[in-house]
Design a binder for this molecule. Sequence first.
Ligand SMILES: [Zn+2]
Length: 380
Amino acid sequence: MVAVLAAISLAKPIASNLGRGQIKPWRSFIYRDTPDSFGKLCHIRLVPLVPTRHSSINTWCTANMTIMALRSSHLEHTVMKVPSDLVVFPSKTIRIVCISDTHGEDPSLRIPPGDILIHAGDLTDPGSLLELERAYQWISKLSHPVKVVVAGNHDVSLDSTHPSFRKEAVDLFTSPKALSHGIHYLDRQVRTVAYYSESREPGKKTLQPLNIYGNPLQPDFLDTDYAFTYAPWPSSAATQAWQDAPDSASGVPIWVMHGPPKDRLDWIDIDRLEGCVAQARAIASSRPLLCVFGHYHVSNGVERVKWRDDGDGVAASKVLSKPTHAPAYDFSSEGHEPPLHSGNDTVFVNAAWMTGRKREVADRYDPVIITISFETPNIF
Ligand SMILES: [Zn+2]
């Protein structure tokens, strides 16, 4: 036990573990905690889900703490340090409210409650620090326990490679105070929250990690001086932008991006612009359950994709019919949509708030509500 705790200082942020042939740590276990033990050091039974041969220690990170466990096929009990700030939802059915491209507006009055709010970038229009501070204000006041934010091409103050970069802007969204408001700002990172799931043994629940990946990068927009851009596909920059995205073994079911992938809600009435092929390939190979983005306002909508089970690629896709007000799509076990299955299905959401007519204030899309029952590995 002591050895495990002593090893906590070895933990590195997820991002630094990606793409180097190291373990993908957030998939290897499920945890069953003992009653009333959550939030403290606790004894748990450790069940290897995907045995790996590469390391004896698995870690993953929340915002400022590390959960870790010793991996050993003969070890039944170990110690897990559960961070006190880890958000844990009470059930596997989670309501996710998606919005994007608010471009300096405050849409709070039209944002419904939920468990997770996702803002997929373009919080601002010119991208000033003042605009970002205003966006921070309205986001921090929302009631959602988790608010995932990625930047967009307009949010130039957040891009450390852009001439308009302001460190204060990143500090604002990554501060302990932001975290206390539930804000998780992701720039090519994975963040872990968790939920309780029923096990087969009556009265027992398992604590399951729920991983969320955020990547703001998108192809250069007509050679303009935007933020978080790369040379459009085919280019080494496009490949590089997505090469560290979680793979299928990583267990990251929610991806948040600013730009759309190629062929998924990526139509725009401007020549030469389209979703990114490298991004689409990364998604096809990982097959997350939910991809949220925006950027091309006119393609606001929800599309469900079924992946081929005999190889790569899409077997079928369907743009779901869109209710005009408060569009809600329930993929949970009690929902009106067929449930989603890991590795078989992905739902794509273009959550743009702005329509194509950006300056017409009355004309906005409602946030999209997606409800998913996340699957618990069936090993009990
Ligand atoms: Zn954009």
